[in-house]
Design a protein around this ligand. Structure first.
Ligand code: PMP
Length: 405
């Protein structure tokens, strides 16, 4: 069988692989706790359901314009005005099958082979793979040891004549870090001066805690949407917990939207009209679902931090947003893949190895699930690793004695 060199070089999505493993164990009746998944447990907002149900029952299920339903784009334009204080035109907006496709289409449309994209560790697992998929080169900028914040000077050092873009994701998956105003201001200024695209992955921008707000990059540029290097990516997955609806979008200059539209038209034609109707319903409906979700997740963050703070061996930075945290487990192991496997095998808890995010020795824990999953999951991890915790535990209805510490 002939498989291309490029396709062969793309790694399996680690989170999807772990989901599959957890599913198989669950099917065997094992009481697995999933602290790996990035999906809240909420139901989709009622307006999303009504709007997509109305579309479905009309029976009129056809192609839409490739860049999205005009009425959905209108809702996105309003969202952009309300949340980013920018008035943009329909020609500045393109809808895709999730922010994932949005990001891929941007990279496909701006990179020539061997062009470089700066990615800040810890990073979302898909960024480097997507850059490779369009024959680009991911250039990783790591934070100082012990920190989860990138430094502007390290970014400046990593920039070369081939740098076309920097991807910034704040609030950040996997660390939950919300980058400071100063940092965002510096990176916007730098990109505008150097004519490097700044791809802002804002997918978690409403999931911010402690009374704070995410800082939109647009705030720091006077340039209008046609001339700024800032590209904004967003979507309904994390905003409304509508991961299965697969709707994301990009706001950028008309030229780039046109090119991305051609790419999309030749690959997917368009996103499903039913799902676009759902996104439109969510965006136009009451926004209390967003705040409800945020409050639930903030409470989960508090519970997670309380549990982790009593776990002496690990170092945790308090997340300012998202539903992830990235504790440093190097006191127990420098090999996060082995550690994650060990925790799944012994404690039946799914975690994601930090290595996948460019942070070896760390594990990503998600607190998108229930409070019970969080407390039981962390209790099991403690039991498996910390000799000062009781050496007997109930996992499901089995009493297990720890015999490895
Ligand atoms: N960016 C980041 C940082 C994410 O975590 C995710 C989803 N896990 C996405 C983009 C993609 O979201 P979507 O479901 O809209 O494709």
């Amino acid at each position: 069988m002939s498989i291309s060199l490029l396709a062969r070089s793309i790694v399996e999505s680690p989170t999807l692989r772990l989901n599959e493993k957890a599913r198989i164990l669950r099917e065997r009746g094992e009481p697995v706790i999933h602290l790996g998944i990035g999906e809240p447990k909420n139901k989709a907002p009622i307006n999303a359901l009504l709007s997509s149900a109305a579309k479905l029952s009309s029976g009129d299920i056809k192609y839409t314009p490739s860049d999205g339903l005009p009425s959905l784009k209108k809702a996105i334009i309003r969202y952009t005005e309300e949340n980013y204080d920018r008035v943009v035109a329909p020609e500045n907006v393109i809808v895709s099958a999730g922010a994932k496709q949005s990001l891929y289409n941007i990279l496909f449309s701006i990179l020539n082979p061997q062009d470089e994209v700066i990615i800040l560790a810890p990073y979302w697992v898909s960024y480097p793979e997507m850059v490779k998929m369009v024959y680009g080169i991911p250039v990783i900028v790591a934070p100082e040891d012990g920190s989860l914040n990138p430094r502007m000077e390290d970014i400046e050092h990593a920039v070369s004549p081939y740098t076309r873009a920097i991807i910034v994701n704040s609030p950040n998956n996997p660390s939950g870090t919300v980058y400071s105003r100063e940092f965002i201001a510096q990176v916007v200024d730098f990109c505008e001066r150097k004519k490097i695209y700044l791809i802002m992955d804002d997918i978690y921008h409403k999931l911010v805690f402690d009374g704070n707000k995410a800082v939109p990059a647009y705030q720091f540029t006077r340039k209008d949407v046609e001339s700024t290097m800032v590209i904004v990516v967003n979507g309904v997955s994390k905003l409304y917990g509508m991961t299965g609806f697969r709707i994301g979008w990009v706001v950028t200059n008309r030229k780039l939207v046109q090119v991305m539209n051609n790419v999309q038209a030749q690959t997917t034609s368009c996103t499903s009209v039913v799902l676009q109707a759902a996104a439109e319903g969510a965006l136009n409906g009451l926004q209390n679902a967003v705040e409800g979700l945020r409050l639930t997740i903030e409470n989960n963050r508090n519970v997670t931090m309380q549990e982790l703070n009593s776990f002496k061996g690990i170092k945790t930075t308090r997340p300012g947003g998202t539903f992830y945290c990235l504790p440093d487990f190097r006191a127990y192991s420098n090999n996060s893949e082995q550690l994650s496997e060990f925790l799944l095998e012994k404690a039946l808890v799914v975690t994601v190895p930090g290595k996948e995010f460019g942070m070896e020795g760390y594990l990503r824990l998600s607190y998108a699930g229930s409070v019970k999953d969080i407390t039981t999951g962390i209790e099991r991890i403690k039991w498996a690793l910390d000799p000062s915790s009781p050496n007997e535990i109930y996992i499901g209805d089995r009493k297990i004695v720890r015999d490895w510490l």
